[in-house]
Design a protein around this ligand. Structure first.
Ligand code: IMP
Length: 198
């Protein structure tokens, strides 16, 4: 079982999954290429629930093992928001990434505590319902101003712990070593080996 359908239409996630999973011997097919022409509704209240919802729906539809990531940014001063609602923050799915991170900066104007973390929960579901899950977190803080064009989403405003610049400036190589998704994928690989599915 070395080919997974990626249960996402997010090009940024696809690039990061591919960069990390391919050297480990896994190939990844975006759900659109596998004939999925819909988005799974993320009705869960946790990253884990939403990752399972996406992977299980796409595995049932395609009859292939499907892997999903549900991820988001949790900001301490906002009580953990936007969290599972990160993709719909502010004006929702119609807003660009830039509108969303500028809205976040507005909300944090004057805030002393700018600490935050990115969370990624990864879930693999096989067509017969077997499941492997893993979680990764990347602590950091929200910048005062956006910088850089690398990555996607909130990358121009998220400064990972141990660095002085946001992911948008640090670039893919650094991000793919320390990000929430990289950590979740490392944990996922270990879980997959333990599960005996691969
Ligand atoms: P979902 O997992 O499809 O619900 O979307 C997660 C949302 O969280 C993305 O659309 C981004 O706004 C944000 N997000 C998740 N991971 C990252 C990341 O690595 N960089 C920047 N933003 C991210």
């Amino acid at each position: 079982m070395n080919t997974f359908i990626l249960a996402s239409n997010n090009a940024g996630k696809y690039r990061e999954f591919k960069a990390i999973l391919e050297p480990l011997g896994f190939s990844l097919v975006p759900q659109a290429v596998a004939g999925v022409d819909f988005e799974v509704n993320e009705t869960g209240e946790t990253f884990e629930e939403n990752a399972w919802l996406k992977a299980s729906t796409i595995a049932a539809y395609t009859h292939f093992p499907a892997i999903a990531d549900d991820s988001g940014l949790c900001v301490t001063a906002l009580g953990g928001a936007p969290g599972v609602h990160s993709a719909r923050f502010g004006g929702g799915k119609d807003w660009t990434d830039e509108q969303k991170y500028r809205y976040l900066l507005e909300k944090l104007e004057g805030a002393e505590d700018r600490s935050a973390k990115f969370v990624s929960c990864i879930c693999l579901v096989t067509p017969d319902g077997r499941t492997v899950t893993a979680r990764g977190e990347c602590p950091g803080r929200i910048a005062e101003e956006p910088a850089g064009t690398g990555g996607f989403g909130y990358d121009p405003v998220f400064i990972p712990e141990g660095h002085d610049e946001p992911f948008g400036v640090l670039g893919t190589d650094v991000k793919n070593k320390i990000s929430h998704r990289a950590r979740a994928l490392a944990a996922f690989r270990a879980e997959l080996e333990r599960s005996g599915l691969c």
